[in-house]
Write a protein that binds this ligand. Structure first.
Ligand code: ZN
Ligand code: ZN
Length: 264
């Protein structure tokens, strides 16, 4: 006899920093809460070699739930050099590592000289192309330079503009560059007007959702430590903006992440 059990929607958090200090003491509870909320896949970013190794080790502890990425974040671009590259390469060459990330440019905080950021970004894009891996890209107040580098180096395996903060124009450029767009808790913020108008313009097979934990918790958790379980709130808001049922947004964004990052 068939039982009428309505399965909860399953989600993928396509960008989280579970290696960060905020989760040192409670990573296993955070991961368990994510699973309980239906978040059955999480892509764990790396910010530098050490953080990438931590993300890798964490992902090994929860196969098919956590997947590691490895990369040098633009904030850390001063660390770029032969040592950092060879340490990251050890990870990049592992089949377990599904993504080169996070990488990119950040001219808002400007923690490293622009030239150094550009060099690290272009070199890691090049590596991703050679290793046939997708990328997770951070561009903050750096769309022009970022798009110029992306046009030059290319992303043949695709990738995602994570925590997308642009409007319709930047969205169109990113889509034309073979990128997906990932929406974070920022879409729920009242002042994100241009961003909200971009959300419904992205094709159904090109958008993702993420938390960017521990940062950017969505409303109603704004200001608190973000965690992967809260991708559900962001996803529900994205669904509302797209005028589709929440379950559909869950299904589409999860499948898009699985396809892009080959999460088996
Ligand atoms: Zn970022
Ligand atoms: Zn991030």
């Amino acid at each position: 006899m068939a039982e009428s059990i309505i399965a909860p929607a399953l989600w993928c958090d396509s960008h989280a920093h579970l290696d960060s200090a905020e989760f040192q003491a409670n990573a296993s509870e955070v991961i368990a809460r994510a699973a309980a909320a239906g978040v059955d896949k999480i892509l764990c970013m790396g910010n530098d070699p050490e953080s990438s190794r931590k993300a890798f080790a964490l992902a090994q502890s929860a196969p098919h739930h956590l997947y590691p990425a490895a990369g040098l974040h633009p904030h850390e671009a001063l660390k770029w050099g032969r040592d950092a590259e060879s340490e990251l390469r050890e990870l990049w060459e592992s089949d377990a590592v599904r993504c080169v990330g996070e990488i990119g440019l950040d001219y808002y905080y400007d923690f490293a000289p622009k030239k150094q950021q550009q060099e690290a970004f272009a070199a890691q894009l090049d590596t991703a192309r050679n290793l046939k891996k997708p990328v997770s890209i951070h561009l903050r107040e750096a769309f022009d330079d970022g798009f110029a580098i992306l046009r030059e180096v290319g992303v043949p395996q695709g990738g995602v503009l994570h925590c997308f903060q642009g409007g319709p124009d930047e969205a169109q450029i990113a889509l034309a560059l073979n990128l997906h767009l990932s929406f974070s808790g920022m879409v729920t913020f009242k002042n994100a007007v241009a961003l909200k108008t971009a959300v419904p313009l992205v094709p159904a097979d090109r958008y993702l959702v993420e938390t960017d934990s521990p940062y950017l918790a969505p409303v109603p958790y704004r200001g608190k430590t973000n965690e992967p379980a809260y991708v559900v709130q962001t996803g529900a808001y994205v669904a509302m903006l797209r005028g589709i049922p929440t379950e559909q947004a869950a299904r589409e964004t999860r499948q898009n992440a699985i396809d892009l990052f080959k999460m088996d």
